[in-house]
Design a protein around this ligand. Structure first.
Ligand code: SAJ
Length: 439
């Protein structure tokens, strides 16, 4: 089959490569000349080395080509971003424009697949709508929504091994999409309608956001109660039907903090739990900063905090919506000097420290924000030599507290505080009344 893939980002590129390796003739197009040029130079701009190798292998077959314009094909796959606009509502401009761009090329019976995550109803309103605007009847083509499910960090494996939801505007469209993806998906592919597929994708990420919010709320509560949240959650997870995720300094990335808004936006009155979870997670950077301020009160100036990690999660380079960005912003608003070290991240809004030592120099406290594997071997004795202060705050429970204490550090971990009973309660009067009313 001749396939055109629009958008060669973290989903479009590996999908195009998989299809080419599976025997299809694939023309990949991206609006960014930088991306097209990078691909032609051996995908050197791709940080994920497995994806880079997959792309290089596919290009070597000659069946994957990088196109400077959208070409006619039998099937079109749209993999473009769906960010949140400034008003917090989903921005579907890229989806609309990509559909409008292929409209003049479409012939009867062509397959058009949208992979991007979108609010329920988008296939009907935006995709079919854009075709109608360009004089193409959506009934003349096969429209399907096949939302991506891969997790950054394991994209190549998950593309093959994860089951998929194939949402067709008609059953024929779902089947056609399934036949195309059968060239690389080794797991089940479930056929449904477009709108259900749209909802399912957003439910998946919302489930994760709500689960992490529970972990974060428990971490805050455990800090109040003087209980170790990490131990408590891991013991609760010994129950065969409990699986709580991990607390942390916030929920970042371009999916989980955004997709729940697609549901909340559909009906703000029926999505209280979803919105609360979003608020709990969005406030975690403030909590981390509150703990830093308790431990290292900002002096007249010159109080320096070293932050470890800038990407949105462990072992990925992507820094979009990274909790570090908010923590750094808040610290600087409070007058702290900050330095951020991350050997993995790219595209962070501020310049990063070139070395760990330069970030630690004169630092009064060290805060671990991202649990990269590259941070595990850090030697606390060497850190102590570079720093001015002896405070280490671990927001991911990565470091061994005993080792750090032995090196002379005062260790603090998110979700755990040994001084809970001695310090005045953090609960405000209103919170106390609410709690009293509950008992
Ligand atoms: N996080 C925690 N605690 C946890 C797990 C994650 O605080 O226990 C934080 C991470 O540090 C990160 C954020 O949540 O800041 C999101 O990371 P993630 O690993 O949970 O998810 P993503 O955004 O990398 O990928 C998700 C995946 N969705 C689900 O697992 C339901 C992936 O399968 C999707 O394809 C992807 O979103 C997407 O593109 O939609």
């Amino acid at each position: 089959m001749k396939v055109s893939v629009l958008g060669l980002g973290y989903i479009g590129l590996p999908t195009a490569a998989m299809l080419a390796l599976g025997g299809h003739e694939v023309a990949g197009f991206d609006v960014s000349p930088r991306v097209r040029a990078g691909l032609r130079r051996g995908a050197e701009h791709v940080a994920d080395l497995e994806v880079r190798k997959l792309a290089v292998d596919a290009l070597a077959t000659g069946r994957l080509t990088v196109a400077d314009a959208i070409d006619r094909a039998d099937a079109y796959i749209i993999c473009v971003p769906t960010p949140n606009a400034a008003d917090g509502r989903p921005d579907l401009t890229y989806v609309h424009d990509a559909t409008a761009a292929i409209a003049p090329m479409l012939r009867k019976g062509n397959l058009v697949i949208l992979e991007s995550t979108v609010p329920p109803g988008t296939m009907d309103r935006v995709v079919a709508g854009a075709l109608r605007e360009r004089g193409v009847s959506p009934d003349d083509v096969l429209l399907a929504h096949c939302p991506e499910r891969v997790i950054p960090g394991a994209i190549v494996r998950e593309l093959k091994e994860n089951s998929r939801i194939m949402g067709g505007r008609t059953p024929e469209a779902a089947r056609a999409a399934k036949d195309l993806y059968a060239s690389f998906v080794q797991a089940d592919m479930f056929e449904t309608d477009c709108t259900t597929a749209e909802l399912v994708k957003v439910i998946e990420n919302t489930f994760r956001d709500v689960n992490i919010a529970l972990a974060n709320e428990l971490a805050l509560l455990c800090e109040e109660l003087g209980i170790d949240a990490w131990e408590a959650i891991s013991l609760a997870n010994k129950h065969p039907r409990v699986n709580i995720l991990q607390p942390g300094p916030g929920v970042g990335g371009h999916c989980i903090p955004i997709d729940p808004h697609f549901l909340a936006d559909a009906n703000p009155f029926l999505t209280e739990l979803i919105q609360t979870a979003r608020r709990v997670n969005a406030r975690m950077p403030n909590h981390v900063v509150r703990r830093i301020r308790e431990l290292v009160p900002e002096a007249e100036g010159g109080t320096k905090i070293a932050l470890l990690g800038a990407s949105y999660k462990a072992n990925v380079d992507d820094s979009r919506e990274s909790p570090t960005e908010r923590i750094d912003e808040l610290l600087r608003e409070h007058g702290y000097e900050t330095a951020i070290y991350d050997p993995v991240a790219s595209g962070f809004k501020r310049p990063l420290a070139p070395t760990l030592e330069s970030a630690l120099e004169r630092a009064d406290a060290l805060v671990l924000v991202v649990d990269h594997d590259a941070f595990r071997p850090i030697d606390p004795a060497a850190v102590a030599k570079s720093m001015r202060g002896r405070i280490m705050i671990d927001a991911r429970n990565l470091f061994d507290p005993v080792r750090w204490e032995r090196a002379g550090f005062e260790v603090h971990t998110l979700g755990r505080r040994s001084d809970a009973k001695q310090r005045p309660s953090q609960m405000g009067e209103r919170q106390k009344r609410v709690t009293a009313g509950m008992s």
